[in-house]
Design a binder for this molecule. Structure first.
Ligand SMILES: [Zn+2]
Ligand SMILES: [Zn+2]
Length: 244
């Protein structure tokens, strides 16, 4: 369906501000060019052990006894603990701000990777026929046109981000860029010079700030351990950057 630009329906604000194109270049203190990337599937859910994640869920339930009801119009049954993050684009820091239990439909809308997966399946006819209107229309009250606009926008951004990543991979293969699996300030000067040759673009992960976990009773040492774990996962993801 084509939408005339004059009458393009406006997409309601999305419940997340995850930057769609998370990599952009900045000049680092050492004078080299830094290209920040936001690893995929880089959240507490993906990085904590099952037991650690269960503990976080339990602590949340204890703090918020009405956790079972999602805040969407129909108050659907909440079953996924959704992490809320802020993305500070100036300092390239992914900041944990809290969590809440939300329903499956709201969780789908919040997650760009989930949406992209759905749109791509739809494009290739791998999405099963829906028997009832999707949650986004039925509960959240979006029009089909708004959903179409969201789909077009998501797919366009997905394309932009994919080709940016492809360029990075190419640059790395040609030796013009190098993947540094940690924020530069976490490395010693010796490590920096062993990773980055003069003139190379350094591809680095975003920074993290998990300090808000203290609200759930985590100690500074536990928070630091979670951050270290997430940087380790970033390094693993970045090592296989070609398969993003
Ligand atoms: Zn709902
Ligand atoms: Zn909901």
């Amino acid at each position: 369906m084509s939408v005339s630009p004059d009458h393009a329906p406006v997409v309601p604000p999305l419940p997340t501000d995850e930057p769609a194109v998370p990599s952009d270049a900045a000049v680092g203190a050492s004078g080299c060019t830094l290209l920040y990337v936001l690893p995929k599937r880089w959240s507490l859910f993906y990085c904590l052990t099952k037991t650690q994640w269960q503990k976080l869920r339990d602590r949340h339930k204890n703090l918020y006894p009405d956790w079972e009801r999602c805040s969407c119009p129909k108050g659907c049954k909440a079953d996924s603990l959704d992490e809320r993050w802020n993305y500070d684009k100036v300092t390239h820091t992914k900041v944990f701000v809290g969590a809440s239990f939300i329903c499956k439909g709201c969780h789908w809308l919040k997650s760009l990777p989930h949406r992209i997966e759905t749109w791509l399946k739809q494009q290739t006819g791998r999405l099963p026929e829906q028997s009832k209107p999707p949650h986004i229309i039925d509960c959240l009250g979006w029009s089909q046109e708004q959903v179409d606009v969201l789909r077009q926008r998501d797919l366009r951004l997905h394309q932009v981000e994919s080709s940016r990543l492809q360029r990075v991979v190419q640059q790395a293969q040609q030796g013009k860029a190098t993947v540094v699996p940690s924020p530069v300030e976490r490395l010693s000067p010796a490590e920096v010079s062993s990773f980055i040759r003069p003139g190379q673009v350094a591809v680095v992960p975003w920074r993290l700030d998990l300090s808000a976990l203290s609200r759930y009773g985590y100690s500074p040492a536990e928070i630091e351990a979670f951050e270290r774990r997430m940087y380790d996962v970033a390094a693993e993801r970045m090592a296989s950057i070609t398969s993003w």
